[in-house]
Design a protein around this ligand. Structure first.
Ligand code: NOJ
Length: 527
């Protein structure tokens, strides 16, 4: 354990490209079919070549994996399926040698039911105070204490043999912590220190707007303000405490804050709270020029007064992969409308995803790339008997769940399991090898080549604010900084005439013979 490496550039997070590593599915170093830290360490050269500034690791802690590691049994131990703490320390240091920073994922809303606190609570200890235990309603306490629903479906309460109920906003194996208890706050500040001391540069905060509950635990009433558990004012005090810890180490936060109200969202980004938060309005936005422009404008407008940088996200481990989403009739994302068997045109979706990559990488702020996005992986159909995501079972089998975007990566076209390692924990669909990184690395027209080139060229766009340029309906055109470089994206049905320019710097697809930008194509130009 060493002192954190002093930051070379304290502001790196304002414009970084951050690559999300879902460890379980990234690369399998020991051949057991589960991705691990050895696999990540072996692939660091790939990540350096891609040009990313930081890696965000989904939870890598000891976990029974009832929700892909978001059920943490010990925040200070690496799950043995992934490796050891010593290996994590090596990985952090080796990445840093390559100028790549590490972001860990902290899950403060809940723990695993195997966490020592919850086990002690079940045994009747004072640890019950650290959770939300209540007697039930009804004559014999047979009804849950209130009507809250789990985010994964079903009631948010589970009854214990002793008659009491406990609250879980997610799966029953993820009991919610009681953030009104000082020990819960203290423990999380200690956990932050633990990881900052190991050299991590940042922390992603899971379910960041859900921690604090109305102590009365009232029934849910549509549109009641404040909400009994979403975005409560008391949360901001929690994050001010966290910020003070992060500032000691120069660490940064990115919050998972899903809030439709932009003013409420921006409160989390005040100068003494979180540095950044994921941009879910952009991530869920349909492939439509006017909608995208509004999303971009609203994002920039809500961030400007507080001086926080925007983030740009096209997908992550919870949502439908981009090339699939953009190839469907409904190109937006909504958990509520996920269904089996949605017709998809992957050629169309891939063309749009390529254009979206150039769009998001040209916008001012930080960009997140989810593993496999750079390979253009589609959402996979997982055989029903292999789906592990609790969202599927708890929906009664109607929701396909999130495993379709979590399939182990294809690295080598000609190797067994496409070079992932051992027999993958989730099956790779037929044809997966055609997306292999080694094959794409040799193909200048591949998605991987586009991402590498865009990330390499990105600094030439400048770091100035965005200025929209006049453009036809359905076309997005803007410049950054000195106006020397332009980004044009055509979402209209007809080819777009480009503004005066020298040779294109990079395009997501060929221009037409007249030098116009075809539908669903983006280009970076020198004016
Ligand atoms: C958000 C995470 O991204 C998701 O994967 C997880 O299931 C929930 N939070 C609960 O931790």
């Amino acid at each position: 354990m060493g002192q954190p490496t002093p930051a070379l550039n304290d502001d790196w997070w304002r414009s970084a490209v951050i690559y999300q590593v879902y460890v379980r599915s990234f690369a399998d170093g020991d051949g057991d079919g589960t991705g691990d830290l050895a696999g990540v360490r072996a692939r660091l050269p790939y990540l350096a070549e891609l040009g990313v500034d930081a890696l965000w690791f989904n939870p890598w802690y000891l976990s029974p994996m009832k929700d892909g590691g978001y059920d943490v049994a010990d925040y200070r131990t690496i799950d043995p399926a992934f490796g050891t703490l010593a290996e994590a320390e090596k990985l952090i240091a080796e990445a840093r040698e390559l100028d790549i920073r590490t972001i860990v994922d902290i899950v403060p809303n809940h723990v695993s039911d195997q966490h020592p606190w919850f086990r002690a609570a079940l045994a009747g200890g004072p640890e019950r105070e650290l959770f939300h235990f209540r007697p039930g309603r009804g004559e014999h306490g047979e009804l849950p204490p209130n009507d809250w629903r789990s985010e994964f479906g079903g009631p948010a309460w589970t009854r214990l043999p002793d008659g009491d109920w406990y609250l879980h906003l997610f799966a029953p194996e993820q009991p919610d912590l009681n953030w009104a208890h000082p020990a819960v706050r203290q423990e999380h500040e200690d956990v932050l220190r633990f990881w900052f001391e190991r050299g991590v540069a940042g922390v992603r905060i899971d379910s960041a707007a859900l921690l604090v509950k109305d102590p009365r635990l009232p029934d849910f009433v549509e549109d009641r303000d404040p909400h009994p558990y979403v975005d409560r004012d008391e949360l901001h005090d929690v994050y001010r405490g966290w910020r003070a810890v992060a500032d000691e180490y120069g660490g940064v936060f990115v919050g998972e804050v899903w809030l439709p109200d932009t003013e409420r969202f921006a409160r989390y980004l005040r100068p003494d709270e979180l540095h950044t938060a994921f941009n879910f309005s952009f991530m869920t936005c349909p492939w439509d020029a006017a909608r995208l422009r509004t999303s971009i404008e609203d994002t920039l407008a809500e961030h400007a007064p507080i001086g926080a940088p925007a983030t740009w996200v096209l997908c992550n481990h919870d949502v439908t992969r981009t090339v699939t989403r953009y190839g469907r009739a409904d190109t937006g994302f909504d958990f509520a409308t996920k269904a089996f068997g949605t017709p998809t045109d992957l050629t169309l979706g891939t063309r749009r995803a390529r254009a979206a990559a150039l769009l998001s990488l040209a916008l001012p702020g930080a960009v997140y790339v989810y593993q496999g996005e750079e390979l253009g992986l589609p959402e996979a159909d997982i055989p029903l008997d292999r789906i592990e995501d609790p969202m599927h079972a708890r929906s009664g089998g109607t929701d396909p769940g999130r495993d379709g975007c979590r399939v182990p990566l294809p690295w080598t076209a000609d190797a067994p399991h496409a070079g992932f390692g051992g027999e993958p924990w989730l099956p790779q669909p037929a044809g997966w090898a055609s997306y292999a990184a080694d094959r794409q690395a040799r193909d200048p027209g591949s998605m991987l080549a586009l991402y590498r080139e865009a990330i390499r060229l990105r600094p030439v766009l400048g770091d100035g604010p965005l200025t929209w340029l006049p453009a036809a309906d359905g076309v997005l055109a803007f410049t950054r900084a000195d106006g020397g470089t332009l980004c044009v994206v055509n979402l209209a049905d007809t080819p777009a005439t480009l503004p005066a320019h020298t040779a294109p710097l990079l395009a997501s697809g060929p221009l037409d013979p007249e030098g116009r930008l075809p539908k669903d194509t983006a280009v970076w130009l020198r004016a």
